[in-house]
Design a protein around this ligand. Structure first.
Ligand code: AMP
Length: 400
C-alpha cells in the first residue's frame, strides 16, 4: 500500500469531488468534480497532466455514472494499477467514530443511522461509498469523519444547556465539523513554528462557504463553534450561525412559519446572502464595498468579521497557552479584507497584522502574516484530501 495512490471521494447531493493522491509524496495525479448529478445536463471535469477534460455524463446521470466514467478514464490512462484504496469524506461519525474506519456493512449501517444528525450529508456520503464499492470491487474503502477530530472535546464543551437526558437518550450535543481541515492546518502551523504538535495550541478559523472556529490545545480539539449541525457558530455564506433560539419559536408561534420554512431560512437564506441581499459569495460582497461603496455590503462584512473575532476571543478560555491564530478556507486563505477586519477587533489579544504580508499571502500561499511583536497569525492553505489520503493509507497499512 505504501507506494499506492488513494482515490479520495467527497460526495454532495448533486456533486462528487475526487482526487487521486499519492499519500507518501502528496503528489496529486488526477482531480476533478462531477456536477449537476441527477439532472440531464450532468457532466464531469477531470484535471490530468495539466489538461482539463470535460464530458457529459450518460443516464442515469448519477453518482454511479460519474464513478463509472472515472474508472474508464483511470483504465484508459493506465492509472488503475496505481490505486490501492478509496478514502471517503463522511460528515457525521457521531460519538461512534473518532478515527478513520474501514468500511463494512456494520459501518454503513451506523453511518445510515447517524443520518438523523446530518440528513443533508450522511445519506449522500453513503451513496458515494456504495457507488465506489460497485466501481472498485477489490479495493478497501475507508471513512474519514468530519466530526472525528473534535471527539477529544471535554464534556463541558460539548454538552448543551438543554436537559441532560436529551444528550443521554438522543445524542443531542455539539459534535463540530471541518475536523479534517482544522487538524491539517494546525499541524502545518506547528511545523512552521518547529514545535511538536502535541505541545502546540491554536485558534483556527476555517472560513469558506461554511465557517467554523476551533480551539486546539496541545494538538487536541477542545472546543469548536459548530454544534449538533453545521448551522451554529459564526455567520456563513447562507447559514445564520448562532441566534437567540427564541427567534425560532417566535417565527413559528407568532409569524406562522412552518418548520420547513424556518429550516430553509436558517440554512439557505441567511448569512452573507440574507444580510446583504446581494450574494453568499464573499468576493461579490467585497467588490460591492470597494467598487460601489455599498453600505449594506459594508455592514454585512462588519457583522461577519465582528462575530468571527468575538468567537476567536471566547475560545481563549479553552487554551492553556496560545501559539497563534490560523486563517484557512476559501475566505480565510484569500481575503485580506476579512483578515484585517477580524484582527482589528483583536488588539487586546495583541494580534496585529503586517499589512504587506497580509496582502501578499493569498492565492495558494501559506505563512505568517503578523508583525514581529504580535502574537502569531498564520494563513494556511487547507488540504483535506491529502489528510484523507494519508489516513486511509495509514489505516490500510496497519491492517495488512
Ligand atoms: P470554500 O467553501 O472554502 O471553497 O470557500 C468559498 C468562499 O471563499 C466563497 O465565499 C468565496 O467568495 C470565498 N473566496 C474565494 N476566493 C476569494 C478571494 N480571492 N477573496 C475573497 N473571498 C474568496
Amino acid at each position: 500500500m505504501a507506494k499506492k495512490a488513494v482515490l479520495v471521494i467527497n460526495c454532495g447531493s448533486s456533486s462528487l469531488k475526487f482526487s487521486l493522491i499519492k499519500p507518501n509524496s502528496g503528489e496529486l495525479l488526477v482531480s476533478g468534480i462531477a456536477e449537476r448529478l441527477l439532472s440531464a445536463d450532468a457532466f464531469i471535469k477531470i484535471n490530468f497532466q495539466g489538461d482539463k477534460h470535460i464530458h457529459p455524463l450518460t443516464a442515469p446521470h448519477n453518482h454511479q455514472s460519474a464513478l463509472e466514467f472515472l474508472v474508464k478514464f483511470l483504465y484508459d490512462n493506465a492509472l488503475v494499477a496505481e490505486l490501492g484504496a478509496v478514502g471517503h469524506r463522511v460528515v457525521h461519525g457521531g460519538e461512534e467514530y473518532s478515527q478513520p474506519t474501514l468500511i463494512d456493512n456494520q459501518v454503513k449501517a451506523t453511518i445510515s443511522r447517524l443520518a438523523k444528525l446530518a440528513p443533508l450529508h450522511n445519506p449522500v456520503n453513503l451513496i458515494g461509498v456504495e457507488a465506489a464499492e460497485h466501481a472498485f470491487k477489490d479495493l478497501p474503502q475507508v471513512a474519514v469523519f468530519d466530526t472525528a477530530f473534535h471527539q477529544t472535546m471535554p464534556s463541558k464543551a460539548f454538552i448543551t444547556g438543554l436537559p441532560y437526558k436529551l444528550y443521554e437518550q438522543q445524542g443531542i450535543r455539539s459534535y463540530g465539523f471541518h475536523g479534517t481541515s482544522h487538524y491539517f492546518v494546525s499541524k502545518q502551523a506547528a511545523k512552521l513554528l518547529k514545535k511538536p504538535y502535541s505541545e502546540s495550541s491554536f485558534i483556527c478559523a476555517h472560513l469558506g462557504n461554511g465557517c467554523s472556529i476551533a480551539a486546539i490545545n496541545n494538538g487536541k480539539s477542545v472546543d469548536t463553534s459548530m454544534g449538533l449541525t453545521p448551522l451554529s457558530g459564526v455567520i456563513m455564506g447562507t447559514r445564520c450561525g448562532d441566534i437567540d433560539p427564541g427567534i425560532i419559536l417566535h417565527l413559528i408561534e407568532q409569524l406562522n412559519y412552518s418548520p420547513a420554512q424556518v429550516s430553509t431560512m436558517l440554512n439557505k437564506e441567511s448569512g452573507l446572502l440574507g444580510i446583504s441581499e446581494l450574494s453568499n459569495d464573499c468576493r461579490t460582497i467585497e467588490d460591492a464595498i470597494l467598487n460601489d461603496e455599498n453600505l449594506r455590503a459594508n455592514l454585512t462584512m462588519d457583522i461577519f468579521c465582528y462575530r468571527i473575532a468575538k468567537s476567536i476571543a471566547s475560545f481563549m478560555a479553552s487554551l492553556s497557552h496560545f501559539d497563534g491564530l490560523i486563517f484557512t478556507g476559501g475566505i480565510g486563505e484569500n481575503s485580506d479584507l476579512v483578515r484585517t477586519r477580524v484582527v482589528n477587533s483583536l488588539k487586546l489579544l495583541n494580534i496585529e497584522l503586517d499589512p504587506q504580508k497580509n496582502i501578499t499571502t493569498r492565492f495558494g500561499k501559506s505563512g505568517l502574516i503578523s508583525t514581529a511583536t504580535s502574537q502569531n497569525c498564520f494563513v494556511i492553505q487547507t488540504n483535506e484530501e491529502l489528510v484523507i489520503a494519508e489516513q486511509t493509507a495509514e489505516l490500510i497499512g496497519r491492517e495488512q
